[in-house]
Design a protein around this ligand. Structure first.
Ligand SMILES: NC(=O)c1ccc[n+]([C@@H]2O[C@H](COP(=O)([O-])OP(=O)(O)OC[C@H]3O[C@@H](n4cnc5c(N)ncnc54)[C@H](O)[C@@H]3O)[C@@H](O)[C@H]2O)c1
Ligand SMILES: [Zn+2]
Ligand SMILES: [Zn+2]
Length: 342
């Protein structure tokens, strides 16, 4: 069967791989239908992702159909359409035993540290499948991206009547925005790219946006939008250490700052006055948890998350390698591109 291999940064090839084995106990054989492309795949392609190893079959945002299940699998059956939780945790380490499999010490993410879904069929542990028969296959593939934002908002835990500032309106920021809105808090979005803010206003229904000019005017705009209080929850989804250092200034007294964007750089800020005086809480946010997937599938089914603005580009399996370099250009305007395997 065919697969797309990222041999090394900048080089995708179509390759032949062996059919997977018959699913063993607790496993399921999947037909891969849709593969969402995300920043991780782009960073892997550009050679900028420290956890990515080569050669690798990418693909972790998957819309799949179950073909067969091994002994003992009862929550999914052949024919079920599913979303895949791509975080392969060990189940034995300290965070796993505490129920934090998203932070497993031995975590392997499908398509990043192990071969993923840019292929026709795959066997994975069935416990990583979330049945979603009322969703389209594209929607199934989108659930993982949404789960990142869901978890980040769970970490910040905004309440109705509070304000949430989301800094960075790329796909991860957009997924945070979905759950910020659902929390009932007032949602404000900041980016340095006016086009992205225009998309947020037009397609995501967020009225309050702030252009980050880097000259202090953004702090003043936020003060005005929050009646002088600033934001009880700030979620930084930029991956920019500059923004992440600055983000404390956007927090209200006793506010929470969540870093969902990732940087290997040092983040520097003064402890006093801002962090100490306002008694701020700093939180990281990594991946997502199984209940996030279940919740998101229910929210899409109930029409509480509109996936229509999300999926902007499509390509067939045979076209993917040719269009990928175009998709990663900012002028392409990709929010979420999806590859169709079958
Ligand atoms: N926590 C997790 O588990 C997890 C999972 C996936 C991705 N990520 C991380 O999330 C981050 C965002 O991913 P993405 O795909 O949305 O990236 P992206 O590059 O598409 O979006 C980042 C956005 O931030 C904006 N931005 C950059 N610097 C800024 C600044 N100083 N002020 C305001 N806005 C600024 C950019 O204009 C852009 O719109 C990345 O760091 C990625 O690695 C985290
Ligand atoms: Zn992803
Ligand atoms: Zn573990």
């Amino acid at each position: 069967m065919k697969a797309i291999l990222l041999e090394k940064p900048g080089l995708f090839t179509v390759t032949d791989v062996a059919e997977p084995n018959v699913p063993a106990a607790g496993e399921a054989l999947l037909q891969i239908h849709r593969v969402g492309i995300c920043g991780t795949d782009i960073s892997g392609y550009l050679g900028k992702m420290p956890f990515f190893s080569y050669p690798r079959i990418p693909g972790h945002e998957l819309g799949v159909e179950v073909l067969a299940v091994g002994p003992g699998v009862i929550h999914v059956k052949p024919g079920d359409r599913c979303s895949v939780e791509p975080y392969m945790n060990c189940g034995q380490c300290h965070p796993c035993l505490l129920g934090h499999g998203n932070c497993c010490e031995n975590l392997k993410v499908l398509g990043v540290m192990m071969d993923g879904g840019m292929t026709e069929r795959l066997v994975i542990p069935a416990r990583k499948l979330h049945p979603a028969n009322k969703l389209t296959l594209e929607q199934c593939a989108l659930v993982e991206t949404l789960a990142i934002g869901c978890h980040a908002i769970n970490r910040g835990n905004p309440k109705s009547g509070e304000s949430v500032l989301v800094v960075g309106a790329g796909p991860i920021g957009l997924s945070v925005i979905e759950f910020a809105k659902l929390s009932g808090a007032k949602t404000i979005v900041m980016d340095l790219n006016e086009q992205r803010l225009e998309f947020v206003r037009r397609a995501m229904g967020v009225a309050d946006t702030i252009l980050a000019r880097g000259d202090g005017t953004e702090v003043e705009s936020l003060r005005q939008l929050t009646d002088g209080a600033f934001a009880q929850v700030v979620v930084d989804a930029t991956g920019s250490h500059k923004s992440m250092s600055q983000a404390l200034a956007y927090c209200s007294f006793t506010g929470r700052l969540v870093y969902v964007g990732i940087t290997p750089s040092e983040i520097a800020f003064q402890h006093a006055p801002v962090m100490h005086r306002r008694e701020l809480t700093l939180l990281a946010s990594r991946n997502a948890l199984p209940p996030d997937f279940t919740r998101i599938i229910g929210l899409i089914e109930a029409g509480k998350i509109d996936t229509r603005p999300w999926i902007t580009h499509h390509a067939a399996f045979d076209e993917m390698i040719g269009v990928f370099p175009k998709w990663i250009q900012p002028e392409a305007g990709v929010i979420k591109a999806v590859m169709h395997v079958t």
